[in-house]
Design a protein around this ligand. Structure first.
Ligand code: NAP
Ligand code: ZN
Ligand code: ZN
Length: 349
């Protein structure tokens, strides 16, 4: 059992301060734990919402990061799922109650007692959890994913959140041949939604604020690309989609988007705006429409998603940055200036 101290990390000292280099302590490797040398950590918009307390009160200092890819360097005596040298990942949670009806079904993201978030949470001992913007992490083997050989660690890291958060609802709402799927927002989640929905066989339309990224969208697998800044889009696409997946981080004019659904269509929200959206109920009644949400995915489905991505040669489109570029990257994400995920090379932390 190794006692670990002084792991280099980037942390937000408070919601008002930029992230800065610091050191954190990780727990010793327990019987069912693995120690992971983190190689890459993606920057999710959720990191920014939380580091700035946009979703409410948070725990500081905060080491964000729930798109973690690395290599196992030590295992506890009872570990059976992973070995030293394995390429592995960690997503948005590192534990759950393991007993409730959802944990038993592999839907740990909906654990009734609440799962333990990878950061900005507290573990079973009440200690704060720290995320991937660091060199190492210790985690229970049951919440650690296997990264298939075909995927390199840098493009795999964003799959642990952006990939599973879009894969899970696309599967649940049956994206596939014959289905028209619209993706709102071509950012970190949105670009993975386009790749995944295309690989599943759906006809994919991107609804972006402008046509600036049209060439990219089509290259990533979209069949059509429209600007939502152009009013004509909402007339042309009326009643056109079976599923609309919103990845937008800010409130949207919901009624205008709901008019783009077919009868029985579903508007599925994965974006998590800091302010409420409002909906006129008539937008749902006329057309028997569904307004839904979806959160990340369970451990089993996350593994299925990673295997699906490896099988289809899919990774994220990334821009690799150094630790000292994190604050600048946050500003670029906030300005929708990301193509399409920033990934921190943790050797630079
Ligand atoms: P991102 O990279 O910033 O992408 C969001 C995209 O939304 C932007 O690239 C932009 O695309 C579009 N957008 C931004 N502001 C907009 C506005 N005011 N109006 C219309 N479109 C706008 O963020 P992300 O990392 O993909 O995360 C997206 C959201 O999902 C965040 O709120 C995040 O917290 C949430 N999230 C939820 C889950 C979950 O489990 N449900 C998991 C992860 C993340 P265009 O430039 O193409 O318009
Ligand atoms: Zn995320
Ligand atoms: Zn549970």
């Amino acid at each position: 059992m190794t006692s670990l101290t002084a792991v280099p990390a980037y942390a937000a000292p408070s919601s008002k301060a930029p992230l800065e280099r610091t050191t954190i302590e990780r727990r010793p490797v327990g019987e069912h734990d693995v120690l992971i040398d983190i190689k890459f950590a993606g920057i999710c918009h959720s990191d920014i919402h939380q580091a700035r307390e946009g979703w409410g009160e948070a725990i500081f200092p905060m080491v964000p990061g729930h798109e973690i890819a690395g290599v196992v360097t030590e295992v506890g005596s009872g570990v059976t799922r992973h070995s030293v040298g394995d390429r592995v990942g960690i997503g948005c949670f590192v534990d759950s109650c393991r007993e409730c009806e959802y944990c038993r079904q592999g839907l740990e993201q909906y654990c009734v007692r609440g799962n333990v978030p990878t950061y900005n949470g507290r573990d079973k001992n009440g200690d704060p959890t720290y995320g991937g913007y660091s060199r190492q992490i210790v985690a229970d083997e049951n919440y650690v994913l296997r990264i298939p050989d075909g995927l390199s660690l840098d493009v795999a890291a964003p799959l642990l959140c952006a990939g599973i958060t879009t894969y899970s609802p696309l599967r649940h709402w049956n994206a596939g041949p014959g289905k028209k799927v619209a993706v709102i927002g071509l950012g970190g989640l949105g670009h993975m939604a386009v790749k995944l929905a295309h690989a599943m066989g759906a006809e994919v339309t991107v609804l972006s604020q402008s046509l600036r990224k049209k060439d990219d969208g089509l290259r990533l697998g979209a069949d059509h690309y429209y600007a939502t800044g152009d009013e004509a889009t909402f007339t042309e696409l009326r009643a056109g989609f079976d599923v609309i997946l919103s990845t937008v981080s800010a409130p949207l004019p919901m009624d205008a988007y709901l008019r783009l659904l077919k009868v029985d269509g579903a508007f599925v929200n994965v974006g998590a705006p800091e302010e409420p959206n409002t909906v006129n109920m008539f937008s749902l009644i006329g057309g028997r429409k569904t307004l839904a949400g979806s959160a990340i995915g369970g451990i089993q489905e996350t593994q299925e998603m990673l295997d699906f991505c490896a099988g289809h040669g899919l990774g994220a489109e990334i821009e690799v940055i150094r630790g000292d570029q994190i604050n600048e990257a946050y500003e670029r994400v906030l300005n929708s200036d990301v193509r399409y995920r920033f990934v921190i090379d943790t050797a630079t932390i």
